[in-house]
Write a protein that binds this ligand. Structure first.
Ligand SMILES: [Zn+2]
Length: 221
């Protein structure tokens, strides 16, 4: 089974992917990590991607698709993969469908983490990270407070706010996200693959919730 995860910045896609990975024996392909890995390892595709990025251009879908194809082979023994971060628009969704079809596979389910924008803005502006890069622990002044104000529980370093975690930046990211994903959501809705999960940002996503989504989805097919 192959799953596409959709959701805006800060919607919890990473958490959900990790749960699928652990509880459903699935592979997890986070497109951002995949790019960093290919570039770090100096692969042909990584080098090509870097050239575009150096010029400030978007990496063409064709390169991303080829990376995804290679990455999928690593998970051949798994129960399918979770795509996190790709596709971001309808054109990419069509390219992914084509690539999967060539391998006699398909997207079986699309989980859309639908969280109100106000929630995402609120949560993001309350986020604090450990200033020690080796540690990188993440806190939230509302949902996951450090034991001592302003200090990392793990390593004792000072907590800081990421430059991008301000209301203006996150609002702009949400605007771009909504603009791009509108057609994408419609595309998967038409294919009857979309499973919309309405959540609030303070909800902790659990493995029980994941099982419930899968059962609900199968029951309604
Ligand atoms: Zn720390």
């Amino acid at each position: 089974m192959n799953i596409v995860l959709l959701g805006g910045p800060g919607s919890g896609k990473g958490t959900v992917s990790n749960l699928f990975e652990k509880t459903q024996n699935m592979g997890h392909i986070a497109t951002g990590d995949m790019f960093r890995e290919e570039i770090k390892n100096g692969t042909e595709l990584g080098k090509k991607a870097q050239e575009y990025m150096d010029k400030g251009n978007l990496v063409p879908d064709e390169i991303t698709i080829n990376m995804l194809k290679g990455k999928m082979h690593e998970f051949e023994g798994s129960n399918g993969v979770v795509f996190d971060g790709f596709p971001r628009n309808k054109k990419q969704a069509e390219a992914l469908d084509k690539m999967l079809e060539e391998q006699n596979q398909k997207v079986d389910l699309v989980i859309f983490l639908d969280i109100p924008d106000e929630d995402i803005i609120y949560r993001t502006t309350k986020r604090r990270i450990c200033s020690n890069k080796e540690c990188g622990a993440i806190y939230n002044l509302e949902y996951k407070k450090p034991k001592v104000e302003g200090i990392c529980d793990v390593c004792g370093s000072e907590l800081i706010q990421r430059k991008d975690d301000n209301e203006e930046t996150i609002t702009e990211r949400l605007r771009v996200y909504h603009e791009q994903s509108k057609e994408l959501i419609e595309y998967y809705e038409k294919k009857k693959l979309l499973y919309r999960v309405q959540l609030h940002a303070n909800v902790n996503i659990t493995k029980e919730m994941i099982s419930e989504w899968l059962e609900n989805y199968k029951a309604n097919r």
